[in-house]
Design a protein. Structure first.
Length: 114
């Protein structure tokens, strides 16, 4: 079972940017379609952006044009560049396989507040 470690979250003001990173263990990372998810207290985890093993991407409507997902299969890494952040982007962000997630990591907290 691959382990996933998210990092890069923090407290930022509206309009600022953050880049999240996801480090995956295991040599088969490059074969998986992956995604970023987020969750706020009391709400279900939602898909933010997905990227196929070949690099095809898709985004939730709420982040289109602001967020960019990418991956580096050679480094077993995935990223989420988040620009023009809004308070409603505040959540814990997780990376995982897509569309069938495996075990969840700790996530990384993103807080957007003035």
């Amino acid at each position: 079972q691959a382990q996933l470690v998210e990092s890069g979250g923090g407290l930022v003001q509206p309009g600022w940017s953050l880049k999240l990173s996801c480090a995956a263990s295991g040599s088969i990372f490059r074969f998986y379609d992956m995604a970023w998810y987020r969750q706020t207290p009391g709400a279900q985890r939602e898909l933010v952006a997905g990227i196929s093993s070949s690099g095809r991407t898709n985004y939730a409507d709420s982040v289109k044009g602001r967020f960019t997902i990418s991956r580096d299969n050679a480094k077993n890494m995935m990223y989420l560049q988040m620009n023009s952040l809004k308070p409603e982007d505040t959540a814990v962000y997780f990376c995982n396989r897509w569309p069938l997630p495996g075990s969840w990591g700790q996530g990384t907290q993103v807080t957007v507040s003035s």
